[in-house]
Design a protein around this ligand. Structure first.
Ligand SMILES: [Fe+2]
Length: 129
């Protein structure tokens, strides 16, 4: 079983190097936290807030996954050569229909050099009309 890294496991970054390393690998989920049952809503996942990640053949973000608790909802794969050669911040956006029960979302991202990274969980409450 691979280790799944999360900056919260390490505590506060001790220096600029750690801050950069944590930030550029950690996916962050952006979405509404209360959504009406049956409504379409968007979930954006961005990797890196202040720091960029390389898109090199031997060092790149290979995939992003979106989980609802233990269920894999969707994933996006990035193959070498499809991203710009300059380092950057990957963003993906998914649209889904809100189910009848609340969700607990987590994103994972995989760097080919630095392993699996986990987002902070985000609870999305299902609101009945
Ligand atoms: Fe990396």
């Amino acid at each position: 079983m691979p280790t799944i890294f999360s900056p919260t496991d390490f505590g506060e970054a001790k220096n600029e190097l750690q801050k950069d390393y944590f930030d550029r690998h950690t996916p962050v989920i952006h979405c509404d936290t209360q959504v009406g049952v049956g409504e379409l809503f968007k979930i954006k996942i961005r990797i890196g807030n202040e720091y960029t990640h390389p898109h090199e053949a031997d060092h790149h973000i290979s995939y992003i996954q979106l989980w609802n608790r233990e269920t894999l909802l969707t994933e996006t794969r990035f193959y070498p050569g499809i991203l710009p050669s300059q380092p950057g911040n990957i963003e993906v956006e998914y649209t889904m229909i809100m189910p009848q029960v609340s969700m607990n979302l987590t994103a994972l991202s995989y760097c080919t050099k630095h392993g699996l990274w986990r987002s902070q969980p985000v609870v999305v409450k299902a609101v009945s009309h």
